[in-house]
Design a protein around this ligand. Sequence first.
Ligand SMILES: C[S@@+](CC[C@H](N)C(=O)[O-])C[C@H]1O[C@@H](n2cnc3c(N)ncnc32)[C@H](O)[C@@H]1O
Length: 301
Amino acid sequence: MEKDKIFIPPIKIQGIKTKLVSVIKKNVILDIGTTWVEPFMGSGVVGFNIAPNKAIFSDTNPYTIEFYNKIKSGNINSYKVRAFLENEGKKLEEKDDEYYYEVRERFNREHNVLDFLFLNRSCFNGMIRFNRSGEFNVPYGHKPKRFSKAYITKITNQIKYIENKLKECDWSFICQSFEETIENCNGKEFIYCDPPYIGRNVDYYDSWNEENELKLNKLLLKTDAKFMLSTWDYNQYRKNEYIDKIWHNCHKINIEHFYHLGAKEKNRNAMVEALITNYDTSKTENQLVFINQQIRLNAFA
Ligand SMILES: C[S@@+](CC[C@H](N)C(=O)[O-])C[C@H]1O[C@@H](n2cnc3c(N)ncnc32)[C@H](O)[C@@H]1O
């Protein structure tokens, strides 16, 4: 991969940090021998781009974890994925939404992670969301020709990138809650946390509440490892009160996003995100970063 080019992983998720990877990267301090620990892996885009020699990726979503463990064991590879998506993509093209919902039902019965990939890449906005019974419930993205040759090649190249990284690096994928992941650290790690954003609507495998945020805060403040937390700081309507309440002893970098909710300048809304660290980032490259971003109206809902 070319220097500075961001690698996009095969499995997507809402809240994916693709746009923030380069800022995060510039502010991470990864000494030799340090293990990268990512307790809220999501798509893995941050750690995959940091590309450390040793890493622990964990999440409570068992399907993402199983997907990467199967790549690691060779059970899933880019050839298998190509054949699978070509076959399933043809059926989607013929039967459209009927087929998407057939696969969704099949996945909720059998939990095949290739079906999970298929759903993730053809559902609405690449979302991951489960109902209370643990069933994947994201609706169809309404693109019957979704799995074009070029799109399948894109996905299989993403898988090839991971296959190659797994040959060079010592990366583990573990399905467990953040408590367990952080409690297993001994201080020789860099812990990057991107939990569901507190106080905002969340739709992941688990919900996120004040109790979780407080527990995360306690565990991170106790650790001897360096850590970085991604969270939201404020927008024109609201402020994340937990920053002053519980993260006040930490360092903070603000990252400003502009969300264009229409063509007019007055509709340009700023959302300020924060990177919270337990180390001084003044010697790293960024203090305030502006990222201009054009998004669809529903992408922030
Ligand atoms: C904001 S997403 C992470 C996005 C990721 N940084 C990326 O760029 O793709 C939050 C993740 O936390 C996971 N999660 C939610 N509750 C959790 C918990 N209690 N322990 C571990 N992971 C959890 C969700 O399954 C989701 O994958």
